[in-house]
Design a protein around this ligand. Sequence first.
Ligand SMILES: Cc1cc2nc3c(=O)[nH]c(=O)nc-3n(C[C@H](O)[C@H](O)[C@H](O)COP(=O)(O)O)c2cc1C
Length: 334
Amino acid sequence: MDLRTRYLGLDLAHPIVASASPLSKSLDGIRRLEDAGAAAIVLFSLFEEQIHQENEAFDHLSEFGSESFAESLSYFPAVGQDPVGPDSYLELIRRAREAVAVPLIGSLNGMTDQGWTSFARLIAEAGAHAIELNVFSLPTDPTISARDVEQRTVDVVTEVRRTVAIPVAVKLSPFFSAPGELAARLVAAGADGLALFNRFYQPDFDLERLEVEPSLELSQPSEIRLPLLWIALLHGRVRVSLAATTGVESATEVVKYLLAGADAVMTTSALLRHGVGHLRTLIAGLSEWLERHECDSVAQIRGSMSLRKVANPEAFERANYIRILQSYRSPYQI
Ligand SMILES: Cc1cc2nc3c(=O)[nH]c(=O)nc-3n(C[C@H](O)[C@H](O)[C@H](O)COP(=O)(O)O)c2cc1C
């Protein structure tokens, strides 16, 4: 069975990739992902915001120390040595490059123009095979327009593209009015790949303490529908590698994403839920499905149910939505 695929110009043994998560926070974790069969590994994101916060905390501590206890300065490296910068992230990439054979994709969540470009350069110099731009930022200010958010994303890709020679992927949020047009603009700006979609951090309310509380829930397979739709719509219509991310629980979701047109299928929640060994179950399940359907390769099925290839393209459209609503039978007899 030929499971090979290409993502971001990288040759992968099969399409199943470990997406950005704490599973890649250590060299051991990265090794475990490779041993379990990940075709490539996206590292957890380097957050510029966090670096600034840590640097501020460091400056504060250093000042505090210098005023109160001169000797306490010896606990901190001299300012200018970048004590809490991206050093450990870059060192992890360097060491991982020596330790594993699979492609490593660095992930960056920047804040400032300077941050996006300088950290992207450092990630490339450290040896990452590609970089994924985690462009997650919530436009909480109601005066920020949708066009501004899109333009900002395009500008980031343009600048990073100018700065690094490695392939650049963009991990998008699902909340754009016209993802198709944005995808085309990102490709024109130099994106080699799109990872669809990031999952938004959505806080919950604690009704006893009346507090807004951070919450991070693992995904469910039903959540594949939105990325599945957009991968099926974009496949073959925008010249870019497509990675599916969200909702992969079993080989069923992997196969669906490939049929829609994904070049790579990423997973995190299932690995956190079942352990990294679950990668083997996904790979075996994919092989088994292909065999059962008398297919020789992943290439044979990729995109065969995309908008361009499907016999009934209206199935993707609004007319079908109306038909479904009209024929809807409630199980509750309303
Ligand atoms: C605990 C946790 C940490 C994550 N950290 C990152 C991150 O650092 N950067 C990023 O781009 N995505 C991050 N993600 C998102 C995942 O990479 C993935 O896109 C998302 O969980 C959807 O895929 P899944 O349904 O397979 O979990 C994280 C997800 C989880 C659950």
